[in-house]
Ligand binder design. Structure first.
Ligand code: F6R
Length: 242
């Protein structure tokens, strides 16, 4: 793992943008793995500016998001489909059919998981997978205890994850209890993973990831075994590193 220490959220987003831009300008048909949540918002703003300045184009890019809530339609403002449309897709020249998220509204959810894995495979492999870090060590929605061999699957969200994400909903009751997420194995098959971590509230989790043992009870620890894992973390996030 390579750890890039930066000053703050702004620098973290700028560094991540640089890595994505470099990939998009070297690979002919890039495949990007995307994340939602608060952490990548600054990166998405910077990617939009970079696109507007003519320095990147998404016209040959395919994207695969990590996860989606079960039970929310694409139009639901709390769905990750909606988030991605608002924060990135509608502002750039990504072709609609090239943007993929798990189908949380599918009637047959197991089939939706299998279909998603097949789609990723048919794109070749993910060139760069962006990740955020859950305070409990989750990546995607792979909660503590998830099998390292897991592929896209349905998960029951941890109560702590539901509480952490409740800020986006009107009330706790509205926060979904399940999600479809790419599995740990699906994430590990990406050629490069880039984990963004910002703020003191993530410091303990980052310290466990960097200094702790590799264990399924802390899913992100598996990144220690990835051959090209880059962590971009700001001062707050690095404050508990040994
Ligand atoms: C989002 C995702 C999650 C988040 C993580 C951190 O697609 O898969 O693992 O990356 O929960 O969320 P934020 O960035 O909101 O702190």
């Amino acid at each position: 793992m390579e750890l890039i220490r930066v000053k703050d959220y702004e620098e973290m987003s700028a560094k991540a943008c640089e890595l994505v831009k470099e990939l998009m300008n070297t690979v002919q048909s890039p495949v990007l793995g995307l994340a939602t949540g608060s952490t990548p918002e600054g990166l998405y703003e910077k990617l939009i500016h970079t696109y507007e300045n003519g320095a990147i184009s998404f016209s040959n890019t395919k994207t695969f998001n990590l996860d989606e809530y079960v039970g929310l339609t694409k139009e639901d403002p709390n769905s990750y489909h909606y988030y991605m449309t608002e924060k990135l897709f509608k502002h750039v020249d990504l072709k609609e059919g090239n943007a993929h998220l798990p189908d949380g509204a599918a009637e047959d959810k197991s089939q939706a998981c299998e279909d998603y894995e097949r789609l990723i495979k048919s794109a070749g492999a993910i060139d760069l997978q962006l990740l955020g870090l859950g305070m409990n060590g989750h990546i995607g929605f792979n909660e503590p205890g998830t099998d390292f061999k897991s592929r896209t699957h349905i998960v029951t969200l941890d109560e702590s994850t539901r509480q952490a994400n409740a800020r986006f909903f009107n009330s706790m009751d509205e926060v979904p209890t399940e999600a479809i997420t790419m599995g740990i194995q699906s994430i590990m098959e990406a050629r490069r993973v880039v984990l963004l971590v910002s703020g003191e509230k993530k410091a303990e989790a980052l310290a466990s990831l960097v200094n702790g043992e590799v264990t399924e009870t802390f899913p992100a620890s598996i990144l220690q075994q990835h051959s090209d894992a880059v962590i971009i973390a700001d001062e707050g996030a690095c404050s508990q590193l040994r």
